[in-house]
Design a protein. Structure first.
Length: 253
């Protein structure tokens, strides 16, 4: 088990999966062991700090529901993968099937928070998705977004010498970020970044010591950002060049 993961003592989750999940026992067990049995400690800290277990959260690209299961009443998962949606629904999670590249068919201001993990690096239009998520959040809503990042050159070289993969280089990824460029991307979609997390440790002293290094050297970054309800694009950005999807969004709300 990696240091940044925590094994959960949640017998009700395990029981729920093995009693209700839709696949045969071997496949249900594989999914449980891979996705549900351990959870990143950084995720658990964010859930506790921002009380996400009490809030209505939309999990964008929810997969099997391994994050969604920890959020509050009325939470909803969005996904387009038929297998993972079938599994998540079978264990009682609310799932809406949709391709978020096409639309996010949710009412404006309907959610307390958005969880978006390991998705934006796959997107044809990350800014488009962030703009749509801005609209579905309440005025004080939170965006929590996680992506793999490009580590500095010495780290990349060391990882390659060890023959290990670099997460940001995965063949299905079409966008790549550094911690700074990801923060910039989130801010320019109408959010105020509150904190960034790379690795999180159970030991508070170790967390303080490691945080500056882990933010610059870690393989991924999670940003917590608050919606700016008054955000509009700068005047120098000519509206005549905006695509159709931008009309009615950040141009005056």
């Amino acid at each position: 088990m990696r240091a940044e993961e925590t094994r959960l003592n949640l017998p009700e989750v395990e029981e729920r999966i093995f009693e209700q999940a839709c696949f045969d026992r071997a496949e249900n067990e594989r999914i449980y062991r891979k996705f549900f049995a351990t959870v990143p400690h950084s995720f658990l800290k964010i859930v506790k700090k921002y009380r996400l277990a009490e809030k209505r959260v939309v999990d964008v690209g929810c997969g099997y529901g391994h994050y969604l299961i920890h959020f509050g009443p009325g939470s909803l998962g969005l996904d387009a993968n038929e297998k993972s949606m079938r599994f998540a629904r079978s264990i009682g999670l609310e799932i809406l099937g949709c391709n978020v590249e096409e639309s996010v068919p949710l009412p404006p201001g309907s959610f307390d928070a958005v969880w978006c993990a390991n998705l934006l690096e796959h997107m044809v239009a990350p800014h488009l998705l962030l703009s749509r998520l801005h609209r579905v959040l309440k005025d004080d809503g939170l965006l929590i977004a996680k992506v793999p990042v490009i580590p500095p050159w010495p780290v990349r070289s060391a990882v390659r010498l060890l023959g290990k993969p670099l997460g940001f280089e995965a063949s299905e990824h079409i966008n790549a970020f550094t911690p700074a460029t990801f923060a910039f991307t989130v801010q320019r979609a109408g959010f105020q970044v509150m904190e960034s997390v790379s690795l999180a440790f159970a030991n508070p002293l170790l967390q303080v010591i490691a945080a500056p290094l882990s933010r610059s050297l870690g393989g991924s970054i999670t940003l917590v950002a608050r919606k700016d309800p008054n955000f509009v694009y700068p005047e120098k950005r000519l509206e005549a060049f905006d695509p159709e999807w931008m009309r009615g969004s950040h141009r005056g709300g």
